[in-house]
Design a protein around this ligand. Sequence first.
Ligand SMILES: C[S@@+](CC[C@H](N)C(=O)[O-])C[C@H]1O[C@@H](n2cnc3c(N)ncnc32)[C@H](O)[C@@H]1O
Length: 191
Amino acid sequence: MEADRIKWNSRFESQDSFLGERPSPFLSREIERIISLTPGFDALDIACGEGRNSLFLAQHGFKTTGLDISDIGLAKGRKRAEINGLDVDFRRVDLDSHIIEGTYDLILNFNFLLRELIPGEVAALHPGGLLLFDTIMASEQLLQNHSAAYLLQPGELVKLFETYNGEILFSEESTIGEMPTARLLFKKTKP
Ligand SMILES: C[S@@+](CC[C@H](N)C(=O)[O-])C[C@H]1O[C@@H](n2cnc3c(N)ncnc32)[C@H](O)[C@@H]1O
């Protein structure tokens, strides 16, 4: 949606690095487990923003594609990739209408929630492929200025993934602090 592009462009313009240059702590924590489990090294980063997680995956040998609607965020990601001698395929797409092309060994869905996209994410995983999900849950405080549509309900993430052919290798919900978060690692079943 054009409104998303305008909103996120303005956020990414407002600071050198809106979400920080370091990868998500959750991804850093899990990278060794991911490398030990992934069937290959083709990765997709959904709503990659300024590319902090895409770049981290590229540093760890993943051939990474990052999708986002914000041309400003993507431009920052491309610049950092160039400076660091990394190759990431950053592409501008509107995920509200985008159909994921190709298949991947690893998909990241961090800090972004579009429930309708999840079936396409699972379909785009190679057999044995991994999907790492980490996003915000609703709280009374967050509901004051965020739309409920973009916030997970407690227990919802596991329920969403239980319906697919695969295994939830772990899930956790953290309610400490201002940003309650749900996380999950899903592995698609081999045929
Ligand atoms: C909170 S940021 C998360 C960025 C990244 N996943 C991370 O954790 O660093 C949310 C991202 O969703 C992107 N986004 C919002 N709506 C979108 C849409 N309709 N299509 C594609 N990207 C979208 C924004 O541009 C922004 O980069």
